[in-house]
Design a protein around this ligand. Sequence first.
Ligand SMILES: C[S@@+](CC[C@H](N)C(=O)[O-])C[C@H]1O[C@@H](n2cnc3c(N)ncnc32)[C@H](O)[C@@H]1O
Length: 227
Amino acid sequence: MKLANRLKIIASMIEKGSTVVDIGSDHAYLPIYLVKEGISQRVIATEILSGPFERARENIKKSCYQDFIQLRYGSGLKPIKPGEVDVAVIAGMGANTMINIIEESRETVDSLKKLILQPMCNQARLRKHLFQRAYTIIDEDVAMDANKYYEIIVAQKASIVAFDEIDILVGPVLRCKKTPVVEEYIHYRIKKLQKILETLEASNSRAGEIALLERKRELQALKEVIK
Ligand SMILES: C[S@@+](CC[C@H](N)C(=O)[O-])C[C@H]1O[C@@H](n2cnc3c(N)ncnc32)[C@H](O)[C@@H]1O
């Protein structure tokens, strides 16, 4: 089993001895890795679809870690009681699915020490939602896997959270991180946005105008970060 770099980075963000739930575990690679590396001795894997659920069950059985990994069927954190785990991981899904999962189990999410999210798209929308619900972002990183960048966001319940547009568009921790992969990622986003802007500038539609303004603000936010 070769663990994807994004999942390895997520594993490195989990303190040794934590109780963890991996939501939408699919192949159960992350739970197996956490037990194998001695990071956690109690991991719950949840799945909503029967195919991935069976795949997870097979892999857990093959790993011989059935005593350490429990597989539960259901949506998001619904199969978890508030306070039952320290850390929840939601990786490899869209931001909208993640927001639904958070919203359907607010009490359990609020009881977590860490919520680790690796959205496949709409990262800014997810950050805005977290801030609006008073979750603070305590860590962020970028993983590179097979020539693709993946953002990782670590959140925690707070009482009040102050944020601005750069926090939403880039991320409060990411904007200060000066690692080579984060810097490459910011430059990659700038280039991608500049291409999108060229296309939007050629469009005459009202929707195009709004999108153009939004993209320009995003570009400005990214440029601020590398200044
Ligand atoms: C693309 S896979 C990602 C697997 C793994 N987390 C990873 O990052 O490699 C997404 C998985 O999430 C599951 N899933 C989607 N929505 C879910 C939900 N609300 N609750 C639990 N699992 C869900 C899907 O069935 C699928 O197996």
